[in-house]
Structures are given as C-alpha cells and as structure tokens.
Design a binder for this molecule. Structure first.
Ligand code: ADP
Length: 200
C-alpha cells in the first residue's frame, strides 16, 4: 500500500535470480537480534570477514551507523523503534534484491516487528539469529557503558532494564555467547548457511 495511487511498481529487466547467478550465491539477510552487548556487532563483523574471504558479496547494517543517517530522525520510543526496524527491513530487502548477503545487527526487541520483515521477504531470505546471553553477562561487558547509564537513570527505556526484549520463538540459528566464543558463534552460522545451500 502506498500513500499515492499514482505510484506503480516498475519491473527491472535484470532479475534477482540473474543477479544471484552472477554472484554465484543466494542472497538473504542474516538478522542478528539480542540484548545490547550480547555480541551482535562483534559476530556480524567477523562473519562478514569470513564470507567476504569466500567471495560472497556482503553488506553489514549496524544500529549506530543507521541512526547517524537514514534514521537520525528517530528515537527509542516504541513507535520510533518500530519505524527504525521497518526502514532497516526495507533497506535489507532492497539489498537482497540486489543479490547481497546482508548482515543486520539490531537489538530489534519486538517479535512482531521482526516477523513483519520476515513476511516482506521470500522464503529463505530472512535468517534470524538469536544472539543469546544473560543480561548479567551483557551488563558486565557493557561495551558502550550504556548499562551503567541506564542503571543511573541517564538513559531511559533501555532494553532489558526498563524496556522489554522479546526473544525469537523459532530462529534459524541460536548462538549462546555466554558459552560460545566469537569464532564458535561464527562457525555455527557458517554451518547453517552451508547446510542450507546459501553459499554454493
Ligand atoms: P551488541 O552489538 O550486541 O550490542 P557488541 O558486539 O557491540 O554487542 O559487544 C559485545 C562485547 O562483548 C564486545 O566487546 C565483545 O568483544 C565482547 N564479547 C566477549 N565475549 C564474547 C562472545 N563470546 N561473543 C560475542 N562478544 C563477546
């Protein structure tokens, strides 16, 4: 649905399948969700390195970077979070159309918002990776000092403290960063991608 009746869809002469054929791999978004400090960015950066090394065309979308540009008008209220994730989902979809393997690392705390993106994509294009770690672990890592600020009341509506996090019910992959090293998490995801034929 668009706001205007005069907007119509233009079909490209080069299809997604043709772009995939040229790239010699499927395209999809690997969607990392989890608490702040669970390891989404760290793992996505390492996974991208490994995929790139194998000749896979990739692009990493990361929370803070997007909030500097595309979504700089959005805050952290529930509606803004929803719109933040919706836009990132749409950008991911375009990149998947372009034939890329997209790595998206966002807390994306609401299950419904993630499921909306899944619905917008074709089967197999949305690979949800639950980056699971106890909040105590995330808080002790506190890579950006945000838990400290949230506990001091300087940051409001912080996921896991005074805003909810809804874990995925049926993610394609789960990595437990309490127990798994970064390298082990990367290998868990690589095994999934290989087993499901993304990298042929
Ligand atoms: P997020 O993107 O989920 O907010 P980050 O990747 O920015 O999380 O931060 C996670 C921090 O935890 C990093 O400083 C990382 O080096 C550290 N870390 C320690 N152990 C692990 C692990 N097993 N997996 C992922 N990150 C880990």
């Amino acid at each position: 649905m668009t706001e205007s009746e005069n907007v119509k869809w233009h079909h490209a002469k080069v299809t997604k399948e043709q772009r995939r054929h040229l790239n010699k791999h499927k395209s999809a978004v690997v969607w990392f969700t989890g608490l702040s400090g669970s390891g989404k960015s760290t793992i996505s950066v390492e996974l991208e390195k490994e995929l790139h090394h194998l000749g896979v065309r990739t692009y990493c979308l990361d929370g803070d970077n997007i909030r500097h540009g595309l979504n700089k008008d959005l805050g952290f209220r529930p509606d803004d979070r929803k719109e933040n994730i919706r836009r990132i989902g749409e950008v991911s979809k375009l990149m998947v159309e372009a034939g890329l393997v997209v790595l998206a690392a966002f807390i994306s705390p609401y299950r419904a918002d993630r499921n909306e993106i899944r619905k917008r994509m074709d089967d197999g294009e949305f690979i949800e990776v639950f980056v699971n770690a106890k909040i105590e672990t995330c808080e002790s890592r506190d890579p950006k000092g945000l838990y400290k600020k949230a506990r001091a009341g300087e940051v409001k509506e912080f996921t896991g403290i005074d805003a909810p996090y809804e874990a995925p019910l049926n993610p394609e992959c789960i990595v437990n960063t309490d127990k798994q090293s970064v390298e082990e998490s990367v290998q868990t995801i690589m095994s999934y991608l290989k087993a499901e034929g993304y990298l042929e």
